[in-house]
Design a protein around this ligand. Structure first.
Ligand SMILES: C[S@@+](CC[C@H](N)C(=O)[O-])C[C@H]1O[C@@H](n2cnc3c(N)ncnc32)[C@H](O)[C@@H]1O
Length: 308
């Protein structure tokens, strides 16, 4: 498989043609398994609160097709979604381990609700789970509902007053987990030896200054206008660049199996890393391909962006 390219297709199949121990980092914003989009539905049940078609669901329209359904309102079928997500992650995790070099880092953007299943699946496949980093995205839509509004609609004004100021739902979701794993290095060897042999296993603290970040494990990076409009879950380019520079050196190879609009791949390109990407949605694949071509054809701009 050629480097510096994106391939259209299912990454679970495509990854099988990558050689063992040939990749230096995987950075991927994987589907969170919360049924936010078609490609994010990773369970087989059709009798679920999220996808079912009861009269109540039909009346509510799109709301039940998206995340936001109260957790204790889930059907029995929905309660199996977490284990199905674990099984889905397990279906590719051992190939990720196979293709990576010892000491290499994996950074996964995972949803808060199912990240624990992703951690267990990668651990069970043989990865070392290093840390949960946080991306503080500063802004996020907040969907929690005032319960007093429900009582008002019922004309139960006594309860409405008693519960004034109380909400159902979650606090504003401004942080997203970034799971950090490492492929284990040789048994009986040392990390220092692994760093010398593979140039992998350490992180570069100095580059954090370049991104105006402290040495904390939470990164505060806001999406700019240029980080929007290509994909519904597009990540900030600056954040992807930070993660790439944190754990790789120039000319190493970064893989993103769930590439979307190619933010990871463009970040790698701008930082003089090699890359491979997979994307199974034809529309996003085209967007990604164009973005890579535009970046390749704008070398002067590339150097400017690198230091912004
Ligand atoms: C969370 S999005 C990535 C968005 C990306 N971070 C960006 O900035 O544009 C995940 C992507 O994975 C793709 N995808 C889902 N399952 C896939 C599979 N089995 N193989 C390849 N791509 C897949 C989806 O089509 C979606 O575009």
């Amino acid at each position: 498989m050629d480097i510096d390219n994106i391939y259209l297709g299912d990454c679970i199949e495509l990854i099988k043609s990558i050689d063992d121990k040939s990749i230096d980092m995987i950075l991927s914003d994987i589907p969170y398994g919360i049924s936010a989009e078609e490609w994010d539905v990773l369970h087989n049940n059709t009798n679920s609160a999220l996808l079912g078609s009861s009269p109540a669901q039909t009346q509510a329209g799109k709301i039940f097709k998206k995340r936001g359904k109260p957790l204790n309102g889930w059907s029995e079928a929905d309660k199996k979604i977490p284990i199905e997500y674990y099984n889905w992650v397990s279906s590719w995790a051992s190939d990720w381990l196979r293709i990576l070099k010892p000491g290499s880092s994996v950074f996964i953007f995972a949803g808060r609700r199912l990240a624990h299943r992703c951690i267990c699946a990668l651990e069970d496949a043989g990865f070392v789970y290093k840390d949960m980093l946080g991306w503080n995205k500063q802004k996020a839509a907040h969907r929690a509902q005032h319960i007093s509004c429900v009582f008002d609609r019922r004309k139960d004004y006594t309860s409405s007053e008693e519960w004034s100021g109380w909400k159902v739902g979650n606090l504003r979701p401004v942080f997203e987990p970034i799971l950090w794993f490492m492929k284990p290095y040789k048994i009986g060897g040392t990390l220092a030896d692994n760093i010398l042999e593979y140039k992998l296993g350490a992180y570069n603290e100095n580059i954090l200054q370049k991104y105006d970040q402290k040495t904390d494990n939470i990164f505060c990076i806001e999406s700019k206008s240029t980080d929007k409009g290509l994909h519904p879950t597009q990540k900030p380019l600056r954040l992807m660049k930070l993660l790439i520079e944190l754990a790789t050196k120039e000319n190493q190879i970064v893989l993103d199996p769930f590439a979307g609009s190619a933010t990871t791949l463009v970040a790698a390109l701008e930082l003089n890393r090699h890359f491979i990407g997979f994307e199974k949605n034809e529309n996003y694949f085209k967007i990604a391909k164009n973005r890579i071509i535009e970046t390749t054809e704008a070398p002067i701009q590339k150097n400017l962006i690198q230091y912004m």
